[in-house]
Ligand binder design. Structure first.
Ligand code: ZN
Ligand code: ZN
Length: 197
């Protein structure tokens, strides 16, 4: 679904889990005891899974992997077919909630793993233009962004002056290999502890 594949929070999720910067919250359970898997999820969230940083090529492949975990119950999904917009919206909200772009909800443990090896540039993305002090070189970044055929300001930045400055807000950072610069993680992971939905 184009809607999700181009969402910057989803793209950050894919990147920041794979590079070890973002540790995902544990699964919530559905009413029937099965684990809740959001639309588009590609990483296993079973605590201490050795494959935690492995990005599966599709959610169905993740489901296949999850079946190898003894304690995990999967919901019989309506695999394939059209996905309701509601389902996508809910997923986007969850991905966004992993980062600080959303008000953190109460509860949940902060779990951040800092991995010093996370700066690899195996991403195939152009490096983020930075100044000597390591901060973003705004002028050069905007130049690149325009070269990529994208607009300044982006949809998330109100005006040109604000764009390409804040990785937590601006849409354009995700198109670069940002090295040691990461979007801020949510101070507490959102957890929903509802018995009934
Ligand atoms: Zn696993
Ligand atoms: Zn921007």
């Amino acid at each position: 679904m184009a809607n999700l594949a181009s969402n910057k929070w989803y793209l950050w999720y894919l990147r920041e889990v794979a590079n070890g910067h973002l540790e995902l919250p544990d699964y919530e359970e559905n009413e029937d005891g099965s684990v809740k898997i959001y639309y588009g999820e590609l990483f296993c969230r079973v605590p201490d899974c050795s494959k935690a940083q492995k990005k599966y090529t599709a959610t169905n492949n993740l489901r296949t992997h999850l079946e190898s975990h003894e304690d995990i119950e999967l919901q019989e999904g309506n695999n394939g077919g059209r996905v309701a917009q509601k389902v996508v919206d809910e997923a986007v909200k969850w991905y966004k909630g992993l980062f600080s772009g959303i008000e953190p909800q109460a509860g949940g443990e902060r779990s951040i793993s800092v991995d010093s090896s996370a700066g690899q540039s195996a991403s195939g993305l152009p490096p983020l233009p930075v100044k000597k002090d390591g901060s973003v070189h705004v002028t050069n970044m905007r130049k690149k962004v325009v070269e990529f055929g994208r607009k300044v300001p982006c949809d998330s930045c109100a005006n040109r002056n604000d764009c390409c400055k804040d990785i937590d807000k601006c849409d354009h950072f995700v198109h670069f290999d940002c090295g040691e610069i990461h979007p801020t993680l949510a101070p507490s992971q959102p957890t929903t502890e509802e018995g009934t939905a």
